[in-house]
Design a binder for this molecule. Structure first.
Ligand code: DX5
Ligand code: ZN
Length: 221
C-alpha cells in the first residue's frame, strides 16, 4: 500500500482561532497542513499570505504545503520559504518562466510542484519532471472551498500517475477539491497519494472521526 497522506485545507478552518485549529487537526491525524493562497487576480478570491504562514508555523511540526493561486509567483516564493513553508506549488498559468519558478522554490529549500486546473494539460510536465517533487491535480476550479468534485479529474490523476511511474522518480501526487469520505478511495485508486480536504474536515465538529473514516476508505484500495 502506498503512503497515503491527508492534508486538511485551512481555507475552511476558523481563522479567528487558526493556531488552535491547526494543532487540533494534526492531533486528530493530519499529515500535512494545506495552505491556500489566493490573490483576487489569478483567482477571484483573497486569502492569506506569508505572515499567516509564519504565525501558524510554531504550532505544528508537520509540513506546510503552500498552494499558490497567485500571479505572478516569483516575488512571493522566498517570503513563503522564510515563513516556514515546506512545499510550494503554483499553477503554470501563474508564471511566465515555469522552469525558473520551480528552481527558485528548490533553491529556497522547499519541495516544488505544479498545479493543474481541470482544463489545464499535463503537457507542462514534459520538460520539467526532473524539477518536480509534487504534482497537484485540481478536482474543482480553484478559488473557493466547498465545491463539488469534478469526476474527469480521475482520468487526469491516472495520467499523472503514469507519468510519475515512467519517470521512476519519487513524486507526490496530490488531489485538491471536493474530496470527501465517499470519493477519497476513487482518487486513491486512480493513483493519488495525498488528499486535500477542506470543508469535509474543518466543516465538521469531529476532525478525528472524518480523518479516521478517510483512512478506513483508503485501506480498502
Ligand atoms: C480551492 C482550494 C482547495 C479548497 C478545498 O481553490 O485550492 O484547497 O480549500 O476545499 P474543499 O475540500 O472544501 O473542496
Ligand atoms: Zn488548495
Amino acid at each position: 500500500m502506498p503512503t497515503y497522506r491527508i492534508a486538511p485545507s485551512i481555507l475552511s478552518a476558523d481563522f479567528a482561532r487558526l493556531g488552535e485549529e491547526v494543532r487540533n487537526v494534526v492531533r486528530d491525524g493530519a499529515d500535512i497542513i494545506h495552505f491556500d493562497v489566493m490573490d483576487n487576480h489569478y483567482v477571484p478570491n483573497l486569502t492569506i499570505g506569508p505572515l499567516v504562514c509564519e504565525a501558524i508555523r510554531p504550532h505544528v511540526q508537520v509540513p506546510i504545503d503552500v498552494h499558490l493561486m497567485v500571479k505572478p509567483v516569483d516575488r512571493i516564493i522566498p517570503d513563503f520559504a522564510r515563513a516556514g513553508a515546506n512545499i510550494i506549488t503554483f499553477h503554470p498559468e501563474g508564471s511566465e518562466h515555469i522552469d525558473r519558478s520551480l528552481q527558485l522554490i528548490r533553491d529556497h529549500g522547499c519541495k516544488a510542484g505544479l498545479v493543474f486546473n481541470p482544463a489545464t494539460s499535463l503537457e507542462y510536465l514534459d520538460y520539467v519532471m526532473d524539477k518536480i517533487d509534487i504534482i497537484l491535480i485540481m478536482s474543482v476550479n480553484p478559488g473557493f472551498g466547498g465545491q463539488s468534485f469534478i469526476p474527469q479529474a480521475l482520468k487526469k490523476i491516472a495520467e499523472a500517475r503514469r507519468r510519475i511511474d515512467e519517470s521512476g522518480r519519487d513524486i507526490m501526487l496530490e488531489v485538491d477539491g471536493g474530496i470527501k469520505i465517499d470519493n477519497i478511495a476513487a482518487a486513491a485508486k486512480a493513483g493519488a497519494d495525498t488528499f486535500v480536504a477542506g470543508s469535509a474536515i474543518f466543516g465538521k465538529p469531529d476532525y478525528k472521526a472524518v480523518i479516521d473514516d478517510m483512512r478506513a476508505q483508503l485501506a480498502t484500495v
